[in-house]
Design a protein around this ligand. Structure first.
Ligand code: AMP
Ligand code: MG
Length: 474
């Protein structure tokens, strides 16, 4: 049966021109699918036959527009490692189209590596196959974990080489997100003192991704509160799986609450709260345990940007912003404790749980426990499948004779996208062998389920396999 060509939209272009720029097509020589996420296409109600077609290949390579959509590069500002840059944007990416799923959810299809835009500065507009596969693997790992995240629909090899430290095969990733509006997008309107644009951006984002404001709550206040609430939960979820984002700049924080921008991120192996992987994060600004504070810092930049909408008088607006931001840390702590109680199999809540959890992390740090394996072993201890650990007497005392093993199994993944396995898969893919990538993707789609044939993927790296650094958007 011949499939109907899906029709896309691009309503983002209805926003004031401040927020977007036209992009010229920059075709690639010889596109070929490397990965297609047919399961995701099905979830989106996007025709799988279309995704397999040459039309889709050309569109997802950036060689032809998606039917019904005229692509744009998105403009934004951003604090990067604390320094403000008033004008950034998609340098090597484009918002290619929006897909309205049958359930009414609007998804962005965003191409990364599709060519240089006005924001490319000196960049070539391209991306390496390994960096795009890395994002595909890690974002799909998030989907498996049930943590909000952008998704990956496809990786298309370009048939061209990209020049980095060495020549590497190039590729284009199709990223799917509920929005690509970031804290930095609001900063762009604010730095331009464009209240109308600011209001239009907020109104669109509210309508698209948030429930309506309750009676009596002003839209801007509702928006700030909702964005902060989602971030509080998201950061707690990251930390509960030992995830370090690595580059929490304000242009990499999406306001709808999905994890975005998988550059120098990593799942920790050996636990240390101050762990950093990013090659450019010399100060440990974005370390594992700094993430709640950084999220609040970023949300404070959002609140500042929203001041003109929060109240007519600035004094009053600042007061509202402060009241809303004050809710963040307690909300984060509540989510984090809740997540940790599930991971630890503790039933009910107790006022001393925060202190108990902190001492478990101290023990993990002192012993250099592997983050994922620690909780996996604990689940087995709780289930009576592994011997008791004397160092965990305090855990046992709180857990009692019958810890909540089912909650532990749902909260403690067996598989995470460990760096050494990801690197191994990417090296093979660069040599044309996709099997290790496919195998990783298979276990990461069901990370809580035992997979007897894949137990080698559970293990932490041997000392010589350890990946000490990860790199930004290469
Ligand atoms: P990223 O690390 O992917 O978040 O990129 C940071 C910023 O640099 C974004 O504005 C990108 O669009 C831009 N950028 C990164 N790599 C390139 C490239 N090869 N060509 C053009 N722009 C780039
Ligand atoms: Mg970015």
């Amino acid at each position: 049966m011949a499939s109907a060509t899906p029709s896309f939209e691009l309503t983002y272009s209805d926003l004031p021109p401040l927020f977007h720029r036209a992009v010229a097509a920059d075709p690639v020589a010889n596109p070929a699918f490397v990965l297609r996420n047919e399961a995701l296409a099905q979830q989106l109600g996007l025709d799988v036959e279309w995704l397999r077609s040459n039309d889709a290949l050309q569109a997802l390579a950036g060689n032809a527009p998606l039917p019904g959509a005229t692509p744009v590069a998105m403009a934004y500002s951003g604090h990067q490692f604390g320094g403000f840059n008033p004008l950034l944007g998609d340098g090597r990416a484009q918002l290619a189209g929006e897909w309205l799923a049958p359930d009414g959810t609007r998804y962005d299809l965003h191409l990364k590596g599709s060519g240089a835009t006005l924001f490319a500065r000196n960049g070539d507009g391209r991306a390496t196959l390994s960096a795009m596969l890395r994002e595909y693997i890690v974002s799909e790992a998030f989907a498996g974990l049930g943590i909000p995240s952008t998704r990956s629909l496809a990786v298309v090899a370009t048939g061209e080489l990209v020049y980095r430290q060495r020549k590497e095969p190039g590729a284009v990733l199709t990223r799917v997100a509920k929005s690509h509006v970031r804290v930095g997008t609001f900063q762009l309107a604010a730095v331009n003192r464009d209240r109308e644009a600011l209001d239009a951006l907020m109104t669109r984002e509210l309508a698209r991704n948030f429930p309506p404001a309750p009676e009596g709550l002003a839209p801007a206040r509702h928006f700030l509160r909702s964005v902060a609430a989602r971030q509080a939960k998201l950061i707690a979820q990251w930390m509960g799986v030992g995830f370090i984002h690595g580059v929490m700049n304000t242009d990499n924080m999406q306001v709808a609450g999905e994890t975005i921008d998988f550059g120098p991120c990593a799942f920790m192996d050996k636990f240390h709260p101050e762990k950093v992987f990013s090659s450019i994060d010399h100060m440990g600004r974005y370390a594992w345990d700094k993430q709640p504070g950084i999220a609040l810092w970023n949300l404070t930049r959002l609140a500042e940007s929203l001041l003109p909408l929060l109240a007519d008088e600035q004094e009053k607006a600042i007061e509202i912003a402060k009241e809303e931001l004050a809710l963040f840390m307690p909300a984060f702590e509540q989510h984090f404790e809740e997540i940790m109680r599930a991971k630890l199999g503790w039933r009910g809540a107790d006022a001393d749980d925060g202190e108990r959890i902190a001492s478990i992390f101290r023990l993990m740090m002192e012993r250099g426990d592997d983050f994922t394996l620690f909780f996996r072993r604990l689940t087995r201890i709780a289930a009576g499948e592994a011997p008791e650990d004397e160092a965990l007497a305090a855990w046992r005392e709180r857990a009692g004779a019958t810890p909540d093993v089912e909650a532990m199994r749902r909260a403690n993944p067996i598989f995470t996208a460990r760096n050494h396995r990801v690197e191994e898969a990417l090296a093979a893919a660069n040599d044309g062998d996709l099997a290790p990538t496919q195998r990783l993707l298979k276990v990461l789609a069901q990370p809580f389920r035992e997979s007897p044939d894949d137990t080698d993927l559970e293990s932490p790296p041997a000392p010589e396999e350890e990946v000490l650094q990860t790199f930004c958007g290469t």
